[in-house]
Design a protein around this ligand. Structure first.
Ligand code: NHR
Ligand code: GAR
Length: 193
């Protein structure tokens, strides 16, 4: 069985899109794969409710309880490795990961970032795209490397920036596309493995 572990920090709508696609497309039968666990660094992450309702193991590991990033990442690795994951999927996960963590999951660690990388790595991407006068924005699925938002690109989706957009309207437009490309990118990797 190929176990997928998904890390979230908030709403978890990308996680939910992957779980729903896995159910609809019967990933268990087709790829011998399943979403085995959802782990959040925030106890109040809304996505945890959805995951529990879908029979998925959930865990909360609050980064504030650790003295250093290294200590948090070591605990996070221990929690993830109990599921012997084939893939670890960051879905709105908001903590930068140490090189030790990234190396441990090399080749099986994915992120979705809400910009057309290499434009706008880091935070507040939608406001930055609007401020720069971009006519198009989007999202990027990439492999995670030690350098933030710089790993090999697996998929992208483009949306227009419309007159009158603010960061919320643009984020919502981008998010609908994220829900389409992220499950597809996961399937591509499952088929390779
Ligand atoms: N870790 C590594 N090493 N490489 C990447 O490419 C990563 C990563 C961890 C997360 C997601 C990323 C995004 O898609 C991601 C990619 C958080 C921050 C951040 O600054 C930046 C980028 C991403 C995620 N986090 C602050 C921190 O101090 C906390 C911000 C908060 O809690 O709101 O870790 O955008
Ligand atoms: C998504 O837009 C994702 O690309 C972005 O946060 C949103 C999470 O939504 N990720 C980041 O900004 C990572 N720093 P979700 O929790 O509903 O999937």
């Amino acid at each position: 069985m190929k176990n997928i572990v998904i890390l979230i920090s908030g709403g978890g709508s990308n996680m939910a899109a992957i779980v729903k696609t896995a159910e609809c497309e019967r990933w268990q039968d087709k790829f011998d794969a399943r979403v085995a666990a959802v782990i959040s660094n925030k106890a109040d992450a809304q996505g945890l409710v959805f995951a529990r309702d879908h029979g998925i193991s959930t865990e909360v590991l609050d980064h504030k309880g650790f003295a250093s990033r290294e200590a948090f990442d070591a605990a996070l690795m221990a929690a993830i490795d109990r599921f012997e994951p084939a893939l670890v999927v960051l879905a709105g996960f908001m903590r930068i990961l140490t090189p030790g963590f990234v190396n441990h999951y090399e080749g099986r660690l994915l992120n979705i970032h809400p910009s057309l990388l290499p434009a706008f790595p880091g935070l507040h991407t939608h406001q930055r795209a609007i401020d720069a006068g971009c006519k198009f924005a989007g999202a990027t699925v990439h492999q995670v490397t030690a350098e933030l938002d710089h790993g090999p690109i697996l998929a992208q989706a483009v949306v227009p920036v419309l007159p009158g957009d603010d960061e919320h309207t643009l984020a919502a437009r981008v998010l609908t596309q994220e829900h389409l490309i992220y499950p597809r990118a996961v399937v591509q990797l499952l088929q390779k493995r």
